[in-house]
Ligand binder design. Structure first.
Ligand SMILES: NC(=O)N[C@@H](CC(=O)O)C(=O)O
Ligand SMILES: [Zn+2]
Ligand SMILES: [Zn+2]
Length: 348
């Protein structure tokens, strides 16, 4: 009898996830904790998590939702606004907050309180550089005359390059990169600049979203780009370059808000995250590099210990459920109804 194909990895972490709050938490925290040992928790709640106190209270609510017997550590982030002061940064750092997130105002889901001009947060960035707090960025400009497909590239050209130069020892993560330009920028930037890459930007390009009918579950920000950008991202993720690591950007929006005349941006990937990444790495012939991308480069960049436990993926095709309950609502996971080759084994 043929033996089952398996891969065992050091337990992985997710360096970018949205868990939301309230009724969503049992679903989102349960799924994240089944897949990952730690996660960087995005602060774009309404209202956002903007200081130490807010981050600690949110962390406690997340911890209350961790399934019994599961090990999961939420790593907290504050949301930068025009009013974030150096003192807010210092207090957050002292309270264990690991990073602060820049959302250009209006760039994405729940970014209305975001920064309107990068100069407004220069004092906060100086303090972050000083105390070692990481800067995470949603890297898109928001000016209405800039085409949605160009917004990441122009953000890099007009804003990111300058921030990286003006704060030469600030640790910076360009989140959920979607373009060849972003991959090139990060690969050739000064030390201390990294990027997260989602499973959906590795698996899909804009044709998947738009050819033969519009598929709202593939709609996320930054938007899926053309296939050559997807190829550049696959090359970056599987290159073994420690500047690129796993961040799902899993973002739950209920079915009715996705399948709508004006649908929300965000893909729910937490339910199948590692399986989706395994698919990509296998197709690229680089399964041997999945562990460093998923479990080593992230903690190394953040200055945290690598996890000591392991997880196992078994090659055993299965069908992703058509929907998942979330509170009273339905959530459609990415790749719903599709067959995936790899399956994460439940922790023993
Ligand atoms: N990626 C998305 O399309 N959506 C995210 C926000 C974000 O990460 O930009 C969300 O919070 O829903
Ligand atoms: Zn974002
Ligand atoms: Zn996100």
């Amino acid at each position: 009898m043929e033996t089952e194909q398996k891969i065992t990895l050091r337990a992985p972490d997710d360096w970018h996830i949205h868990l939301r709050d309230g009724d969503a938490l049992p679903r989102t925290v349960g799924d994240a904790a089944r897949q990952f040992r730690r996660a960087i928790i995005m602060p774009n709640l309404v209202p956002p998590v903007t200081n130490a106190q807010g981050a600690q209270a949110y962390k406690a609510r997340i911890q209350d939702s961790i399934p019994e017997g599961t090990q999961f550590e939420p790593l907290m982030v504050i949301y930068l606004t025009d009013n974030t002061t150096p003192e807010i940064v210092r207090e957050a750092h002292a309270a264990g907050v690991v990073a602060a997130k820049l959302y250009p105002a209006g760039a994405t889901t729940n970014s209305d309180s975001g920064v309107t001009d990068i100069k407004n947060i220069y004092p906060a960035l100086a303090e972050m550089q000083e105390c070692g707090m990481k800067l995470l960025l949603h890297g898109e400009v928001t000016t209405s005359d800039i085409d949605i497909f160009d917004r990441e590239r122009i953000f890099i050209e007009t804003i990111l390059g300058r921030v990286v130069d003006d704060f030469p020892t600030l640790k910076v993560v360009l989140e959920h990169i979607t373009t060849a330009q972003a991959a090139e920028f990060v690969a050739s930037a000064r030390e201390g600049v990294a990027a997260t890459i989602t499973a959906h930007h590795l698996l899909y390009n804009r044709n998947h979203m738009l050819v033969g009918g519009i598929r709202p579950h593939y709609y996320c920000l930054p938007i899926l780009k053309r296939g050559d950008h997807q190829s550049a991202l696959i090359d970056a993720a599987t290159s073994g370059n420690p500047r690129f690591f796993l961040g799902t950007d899993s973002a739950p929006h209920i079915q009715g808000k996705k399948e709508s005349a004006c649908g929300c941006a965000g893909c729910y990937t937490a339910y199948t995250a590692l399986e989706l990444y395994a698919e990509v790495f296998e197709r690229a012939g680089k399964l041997d590099r999945l562990q460093s991308f998923a479990s080593e480069f992230g903690p190394d960049f953040y200055g945290l210990p690598r996890n000591t436990g392991t997880v196992t993926l078994v090659k055993s095709p299965w069908t992703v459920p058509a929907g998942l309950p979330m509170g009273e609502e339905a959530l459609i996971p990415l790749a719903a109804g599709e067959t995936l080759n790899w399956r994460l084994q439940a922790a023993e």
